[in-house]
Design a protein around this ligand. Structure first.
Ligand code: ADP
Length: 482
C-alpha cells in the first residue's frame, strides 16, 4: 500500500474512532438524561401515592387493615385523583394478584414483579403493555400478612421516539463527518506525497547518460516549486542536489583518472611499439640498434609495470573497507622503509637519517604504511642531489606522525596544492629527467586517508621539501621496537 493511502487510512481511522466514541458517549448520556427524567416523574407519582395513603383519613388504618385502606384509596371516588392521562397505577397483593387499578389501564394488567422486596425501595423496569413501552416503578408496602405491591407505570413511547430521532440525527451527522474526514485525509495525504512522487519520477526519468550531466550541474532540474519549498520536500530536493553534486565530482574524478591513466600508459606503450618495429626491421643487421631498442623496451615496460602497480595500490586504498587492519608501530615500519632505501642513498652519497620520539602505535595495514613512508623517502632521494634525507616519527596527543624532509630543491609554493593529484608531476621539464609516474604522492595521501589520517607538504628549514603524514594513534603501546 502506498504511503499516501496509509496516511489517509491512518488519519481516517483515528478520526472516525474518536468521533464515533464521542457520538456514542453523547447518545448514551442523552438517553440517560431522558430516562432519569422519566424515572423522576414516575417516582414523584409513587411518592405522592404513598404519602396520600399514609396521610388520608381512611376508615381503615394502614396498619390494621391494609387491604381495606388500599381498596379505599382506589375506590371509585379516590381513584379519580390518580386517574390522570399519564399515570397508570395498579396495586397487587404480595403474591402478584391485582387488587385495584386506575381506569386508564382498562383491561390491561401490569405484570407482577416478584423480584421486588421491601429492602430495595426503588425498582424500575421496562415493560410492554398493549403494544406500548412503559417505565414501571414497583414498591413493596406494608409488611406482614397483608403486604402489597404498588406499580406506577408511565408510557415512554414519546421518550423513545425522541431518543430514536436524536440517534438518527447523530448518525447522519456522524456519516457526514466521516465522509468529510475521509475526503480531507486523502486530499492532505496527496498534498504531502505528490511532490515526493514528482521527485521520484524525475529521478527515474534520468537515464545513465544524462545522470553524469545532471550530476555535473548538481541538479535534477526539479521544478522551481519543489526547490523553493521551505519544508521537508524542499529539503529533500536540496539533499538530492547535494548528493548529485558529490556524485558529479566523483564521476568527474573517475573520468579524469581514466583519461590521465590512458594518456600516461600510452607514452611508454607507443615507445615500446616503435622500438619493437625497429627491432623487427633492423635488429638482425645492426647490433647497436638492437641493443638500444631492447634497452628502451626494458625501461619503458618497467615504467609501465610501476604505473600499473601504483594504480593497483590506489585502487586498493580506495576500497578502504577491505583492508585488514592491525596494530602497527609507525617507528618500526618507518625504520624498515629507511633501511630499504639505504642502498640508493649510499649511491647518491646522501645522508639518510632516522629518529623517533616515542613508539606510537597505529591501526593499519603494515604493507601499505611501509609503502607510504617508502614513497616519501624515494621522492626525497630522487629530488635531492646532495645533503640529507631525514625521517622522524613522533606522537602528539591522540595523533602519531611521520615527517620526511630533505635538502633538495623543494617544491615551489604554487605547486603545493597540486602535487598530491594523481599523475601530477611538478615542473614537467625538469622532472622528465627524473623517472616517475606521478602517482607516488597520490598513493601516500590515499593510504593516509584510508587510515583516518592525512598528508601535507611544505618547505623544510633548509629550503628542501617536507612531507608530514598524521594518523590516529592507538591506545595500546607497541613494544616491538626497543
Ligand atoms: P613522481 O615522483 O612519480 O613524479 P609523485 O606523485 O611522487 O610522482 O610526485 C609528484 C611531484 O611532486 C613530483 O613530480 C615532484 O615534482 C614533486 N615532488 C615530490 N616529492 C618531492 C620532493 N621530495 N622534493 C621536490 N619535489 C617533490
Amino acid at each position: 500500500m502506498s504511503l499516501k493511502w496509509r496516511i489517509a487510512l491512518g488519519y481516517s481511522l483515528l478520526l472516525i474512532v474518536a468521533i464515533s466514541a464521542m457520538s456514542g458517549i453523547i447518545a448514551w448520556r442523552f438517553q440517560q438524561i431522558l430516562e432519569d427524567q422519566a424515572e423522576a416523574t414516575v417516582n414523584a407519582t409513587m411518592r405522592a401515592i404513598v404519602q396520600f395513603a399514609q396521610q388520608s383519613s381512611t376508615p381503615f388504618s394502614l396498619e390494621d387493615s391494609p387491604m381495606g385502606a388500599l381498596q379505599f384509596l382506589f375506590n371509585s371516588t379516590n381513584l379519580a385523583t390518580w386517574n390522570s392521562a399519564t399515570s397508570f397505577v395498579q396495586v397487587d397483593s404480595s403474591d402478584g394478584y391485582p387488587l385495584a387499578k386506575t381506569e386508564n389501564l382498562g383491561s390491561l394488567t401490569i405484570p407482577p414483579n416478584f423480584g421486588v422486596s421491601p429492602v430495595h425501595d426503588v425498582n424500575f423496569r421496562h415493560i410492554e403493555l398493549g403494544g406500548r413501552p412503559f417505565l414501571v416503578e414497583d414498591r413493596y408496602i406494608l409488611e406482614g400478612t397483608n403486604a402489597a405491591v404498588i406499580h406506577v407505570a408511565e408510557p415512554i413511547d414519546t421518550l423513545e421516539r425522541t431518543f430514536t430521532s436524536a440517534r438518527e440525527a447523530i448518525l447522519i451527522v456522524l456519516a457526514i463527518i466521516v465522509a468529510a474526514v475521509i475526503v480531507l485525509s486523502i486530499v492532505l495525504a496527496s498534498q504531502a506525497t505528490t511532490p515526493i512522487d514528482a521527485l521520484a519520477r524525475r529521478m527515474r526519468g534520468i537515464s545513465s547518460d544524462r545522470l553524469a550531466l545532471a550530476a555535473a550541474s548538481g541538479t535534477l532540474g526539479e521544478p522551481a516549486d519543489l526547490r523553493n519549498r521551505h519544508d521537508e520536500i524542499g529539503r529533500l530536493a536540496h539533499s538530492f542536489d547535494d548528493l548529485l553534486a558529490r556524485l558529479g565530482e566523483a564521476i568527474a574524478r573517475e573520468r579524469q583518472f581514466i583519461s590521465d591513466a590512458s594518456h600516461e600508459l600510452k607514452t611508454p606503450l607507443t615507445s615500446i611499439n616503435a622500438n619493437a618495429q625497429m627491432l623487427l626491421r633492423w635488429g638482425d643487421d645492426d647490433p647497436a640498434i638492437r641493443h638500444e631498442s631492447l634497452e628502451t623496451i626494458a625501461r619503458e615496460s618497467a615504467d609501465l609495470a610501476a604505473m600499473v602497480n601504483g594504480m593497483l595500490t590506489l585502487a586498493k586504498a580506495d576500497r578502504g573497507d577491505e583492508i585488514p587492519m592491525e596494530p602497527v608501530s609507525l617507528a618500526q615500519i618507518s625504520s624498515e622503509a629507511v633501511q630499504n632505501a639505504a642502498g640508493r642513498a649510499a649511491e647518491k652519497q646522501i645522508e639518510l637519517r632516522f629518529s623517533h620520539d616515542g613508539t606510537p602505535t597505529v591501526n593499519g595495514d603494515p604493507h601499505l604504511l611501509r609503502q607510504m613512508v617508502g614513497n616519501l623517502v624515494d621522492n626525497a632521494l630522487k629530488f635531492t642531489e646532495r645533503g640529507y634525507v631525514a625521517v622522524r616519527v613522533g606522537a602528539l596527543g591522540d595523533k602519531a606522525w611521520v615527517e620526511v624532509s630533505d635538502s633538495g630543491r623543494g617544491i615551489p609554493d604554487e605547486e603545493l596544492p597540486n602535487i598530491f593529484a594523481r599523475f601530477y608531476r611538478a615542473d614537467k621539464a625538469r622532472s622528465r629527467a627524473v623517472p616517475g609516474t606521478g602517482l607516488g604522492l597520490a598513493i601516500v595521501r590515499s593510504i593516509a586517508r584510508v587510515h583516518g589520517g592525512d598528508a601535507v607538504a611544505g618547505r623544510a628549514p633548509g629550503g628542501g621539501a617536507l612531507f608530514r603524514v598524521t594518523l590516529p594513534r592507538m591506545a595500546i603501546p607497541f613494544t616491538g621496537l626497543s
